[in-house]
Design a protein around this ligand. Structure first.
Ligand SMILES: Cc1cc2nc3c(=O)[nH]c(=O)nc-3n(C[C@H](O)[C@H](O)[C@H](O)COP(=O)(O)OP(=O)(O)OC[C@H]3O[C@@H](n4cnc5c(N)ncnc54)[C@H](O)[C@@H]3O)c2cc1C
Length: 279
């Protein structure tokens, strides 16, 4: 198993924040993963699974280790049924499906997630979410490998069973539709126009409160361009915090609190974070 000591956070996350993590383990297969978790539990060491780190704010203060499932990257397409490992890139999967004239996941092109992270979070955009196309997920529950159907995975708005139970996603099976018109480029164009892709970020910071747009509330609070050191509210899209230099997790967290306080004082609405803090 590959082990990376003193891993630079910026190399494993899309925010590219300053700082280091004690260790990142990269298991070869489920057997190694199971053994690793047993050992970490026995030694009382905290751990967290990481995908592409595109929804995480990680601080050097985090005293646990990370487990990256990048070796869980098998892809098997049989007719319109797609089985894929949890460490596989979501955007790469979209391209593979497009090549096979398989339609469904195009909306997700440009989301820099792994399959595991995307399912954990039930990623969505442009009116679709990943659960629209899921058939089954194979996961690790303690020491047991289980396959759950879509109905058992409790998907909701940016929500799934993985957020509430200590489960590890190993593999997902999607059911897609054949189509001669599988277009994905329009979604990337839309992202380029609306999102500050020129800076490191972790996508939307806050969930949209029911009936509101978090970005609009932040913009109306006059916070576009507001910064804490090198963490800044994007001018292009106010629900993005961008790293304009050498931001640390503490800067992002401080900025998040300022945004929450100002929006709550102005409107009475509390903005809940979509991004996850490890510290
Ligand atoms: C430019 C940009 C655009 C984005 N656009 C969107 C968008 O349109 N829609 C959207 O919903 N999100 C978007 N995001 C946010 C982000 O990509 C998603 O939240 C994504 O699901 C995170 O996937 P990841 O693999 O990077 O997971 P990570 O950020 O590494 O992890 C997120 C969570 O998933 C857990 N996790 C990861 N893998 C597994 C696994 N195998 N088993 C169990 N748990 C696991 C982690 O422990 C963690 O709790 C965007 C981000 C960026 C940077």
């Amino acid at each position: 198993m590959e082990i990376i000591n003193k891993a630079k956070i910026r190399e494993y996350t899309t925010y590219k924040l300053d700082g280091e993590i004690k260790k990142i383990y990269i298991p070869e297969d489920v057997l190694e993963l199971k053994k690793l978790i047993l050992k970490l539990k026995k030694d009382n060491i905290k751990y967290k699974i990481i995908g592409n780190g595109s929804n995480m704010i990680i601080s050097s203060k985090y005293d646990g280790v990370l487990i990256k499932l990048s070796k869980f990257d098998k892809l098997d397409i049989k007719d319109n049924i797609v089985k894929v490992g949890s460490g596989y890139s979501l955007s790469k999967l979209v391209l593979k499906c497009v090549k096979e004239n398989l339609s469904g996941l195009e909306f997700a092109y440009g989301i820099p997630a792994t399959i595991g992270g995307a399912i954990y979070q039930n990623v969505g955009a442009y009116g679709y979410s990943i659960d629209d196309f899921i058939k089954y997920v194979t996961l690790l529950d303690g020491n047991e490998i289980k396959t759950l159907s879509k109905d058992e995975l409790n998907f909701g708005y940016r929500d799934s069973i993985f957020k509430h139970k200590n489960l590890i996603c190993l593999e997902a099976t999607f059911e897609l539709k054949y189509s001669n018109d599988v277009s994905y480029k329009k979604y990337m164009e839309e992202r380029r126009l609306k999102q500050p892709l020129e800076y490191p970020s972790a996508g939307s910071v806050f969930l949209n409160p029911i009936g509101y747009s978090a970005g609009k509330l932040i913009e109306e609070a006059g916070l576009k361009g507001f910064r804490v050191n090198d963490a800044m509210v994007s001018y292009k899209h106010a629900n993005f915090i961008v790293n304009v230099g050498r931001a640390r997790a503490e800067d992002v967290i401080k900025l998040i609190r300022i945004i929450q306080d100002k929006v709550q004082a102005d409107t009475g609405i509390y903005l809940e974070t979509e991004q996850e803090y490890l510290g």
